[in-house]
Design a protein around this ligand. Structure first.
Ligand code: FES
Length: 229
């Protein structure tokens, strides 16, 4: 066994003294890679940047998908935004409860039946008679969907209170104003008149209310509902 060589070999993990290095012919200091050479750690750095970009793009995509899907989720779970499947809902109104002068504010239970869920949800509308038909107007502002207020006092309809006494509805959110037929003023942010509801009158004389439909400025007076007897 060569004891001399054993003495010269440092234990694992120990740094040999400078003299020993000199005697061994001078160990070379660790060499730095020439400039411009990519190191292993540099490659790791590039990989981590790629991963970061992958995660960032993936996160942005997920966020955009969520934004697109949100209205669909709302329409799926919010009963008042869900299609009612064409069902008509009973009311306790008769056509004679309404008049041609001012809208009347009334409530009913709207039947929601979309195949996997069935329920009755409270809804309120404004009703006026125009050309021998009921105009059953939605309370939903056509700008961004706030609940419009009618000109009422203690629950009773009064003369138009808005727009210097010309307009009957007012939206508290952004100030849209509508006349007694739910037609918006030109200065209102609302883009179209209040929606109307389909209806029919049962043999017992009571009104049943169906889905709502949109009107435009040009078609505000078009009403496909039946003429009153
Ligand atoms: S929601 Fe009615 S004016 Fe904006």
């Amino acid at each position: 066994m060569d004891h001399e060589n054993e003495m010269d070999t440092p234990a694992s993990g120990q740094v040999p003294p400078k003299d020993a290095l000199d005697q061994a012919g001078g160990a070379q200091p660790p060499q730095l890679p020439p400039q411009g050479t990519q190191t292993v750690s540099g490659q790791r750095e590039v990989m981590s940047r790629r991963q970061f970009l992958t995660y960032a793009l993936g996160g942005t995509g997920a966020l955009m998908a969520t934004m697109v899907a949100s209205p669909l989720v709302v329409s799926a779970f919010d009963p008042l935004h869900r299609a009612s499947g064409g069902a008509f809902s009973k009311t306790n109104w008769k056509p004679s409860d309404f008049n041609e002068k001012l809208p009347t504010h009334v409530n009913y239970l709207q039947h929601i039946d979309d195949g996997w869920n069935s329920q009755d949800v409270s809804n309120d509308v404004y009703v006026i008679v125009y050309q021998k038909k009921l105009m059953i107007m939605s309370h939903v502002c056509t700008h961004l969907g706030c609940h419009v207020n009618g000109s009422t006092e203690n629950g009773k309809s009064v003369a138009p209170e808005y727009g210097n006494g010309k307009e009957w509805f007012f939206c508290p959110c952004h100030g849209s104003q509508y006349n007694i037929y739910g037609v918006q003023t030109p200065a209102s942010p609302a883009p179209r008149p209040l929606d109307l509801y389909y209806y029919h009158v049962n043999a017992d004389g009571y009104v049943e209310v169906g889905n709502n439909f949109q009107r435009s400025d040009a078609t505000w007076g078009n009403n496909p509902n039946p003429t009153l007897a």
